[in-house]
Write a protein that binds this ligand. Structure first.
Ligand SMILES: [Zn+2]
Length: 327
């Protein structure tokens, strides 16, 4: 080291200008190196942040927090031109039934197909576009055909003897009483003059009881009742008929059950829960079978897929009115 330092001093004495030049070079080099290290660190941190955000988006999707997932993926799409993030955003839009925006994302991916490294992403985007188009056309068709009723489609009906005073007891299990009540209120409002629900505090003297239930318990019950293994809600009914008038079946008791969670034990969002509840309340008022038309709340969800709508169709309302002889 000493020898080295000596020769360095010698060199500086002999070539002072070169020495200064070398020193400047060393300083610049050190500065550049430091800058590169800083940039590398920043890039690493950014990569880590992105990875965390992607995870957060995915977690939101699993937890059915779709609004959060949309804003999470939107941030990513804004920051990076990454087609996979756009795909994630498209799926989140679908979940919130924002089909127009979802279509734009998938179409963007197709338009940039030269940049797509993963062929599957392209294929999946095409599939999503086809699915959305099918759904939109079904929606349009359902809206157009939302007239008349489905009373004549099946004979599986029963009526409450005193429809203007149906006593409903709502169990507040899993904190879903408000939504269950909303389902009854919706039918009540739409069938004003035909049906009237009165809410009672005890299950003892009610006609209809309603409760949220764990999907595991619901499926166990469904199996006992020989019902679909895809059940998401269930209504048990007791009916009777007068010996003199065997055509008319009366409701004696109904028990509405709506699963608050799905098979992965993720809690359903309010829209999902309410649409199942509306369907089950429809059974409890005496529509014991199903509509054959997509768009009616009484259209069955045998796939375990959730209803598109969270409202009653005109056909649902007319069928119930017909059932109670009001049209
Ligand atoms: Zn049903």
């Amino acid at each position: 080291m000493v020898v080295y330092n000596k020769s360095m001093i010698e060199f500086v004495k002999r070539h002072p200008l070169s020495a200064i030049f070398i020193i400047i070079l060393i300083i610049i080099f050190a500065g550049v190196n430091q800058r590169i290290a800083q940039l590398e660190k920043r890039a690493q941190m950014e990569m880590e942040n992105t990875r965390r955000q992607v995870e957060l988006c995915k977690k939101n999707m699993t937890l059915k927090k779709y609004t959060e997932a949309i804003s999470c993926y939107s941030d990513l799409v804004e920051k990076y031109e990454n087609l996979e993030f756009r795909y994630g955003l498209g799926i989140a839009f679908i979940k919130k039934k924002r089909y127009g925006e979802a279509l734009e994302e998938f179409k963007f991916i197709i338009a940039h197909k030269d940049e797509v490294e993963d062929e599957k992403l392209l294929e999946d985007s095409k599939k999503q576009i086809a699915l959305i188009k099918k759904r939109l056309s079904l929606q349009k068709q359902a809206k157009k055909q939302d007239i008349g009723h489905y009373y004549s489609d099946t004979k599986d009906f029963a009526v409450w003897k005193t429809p203007k005073n149906i006593k409903v007891y709502i169990n507040d299990s899993y904190g879903k009483a408000k939504l269950l009540k909303k389902a009854f209120d919706t039918w009540d409002k739409m069938l004003y003059g035909t049906l009237d629900f009165t809410y009672v505090d005890s299950s003892e003297d009610c006609d209809i009881s309603a409760t949220a239930i764990d999907i595991v318990d619901l499926l166990e019950l469904a199996a006992q009742q020989n019902r679909s293994a895809n059940s998401i809600g269930m209504t048990l009914t007791q009916t009777y008929y007068y010996s003199l008038n065997k055509d008319k079946v009366y409701m004696e008791k109904a028990e509405v059950m709506v699963s608050y969670n799905d098979k992965e034990d993720v809690e359903r969002d309010d829209v999902e829960f309410l649409s199942i509840a509306l369907h089950e309340v429809g059974h409890s008022i005496g529509i014991l079978s199903h509509s054959k038309k997509y768009g009616d709340i009484m259209y069955p969800d045998e796939t375990g897929d959730i209803h598109e709508y969270c409202t009653l169709s005109n056909r649902d309302i007319n069928t119930a009115k017909k059932l109670y002889g009001n049209i």
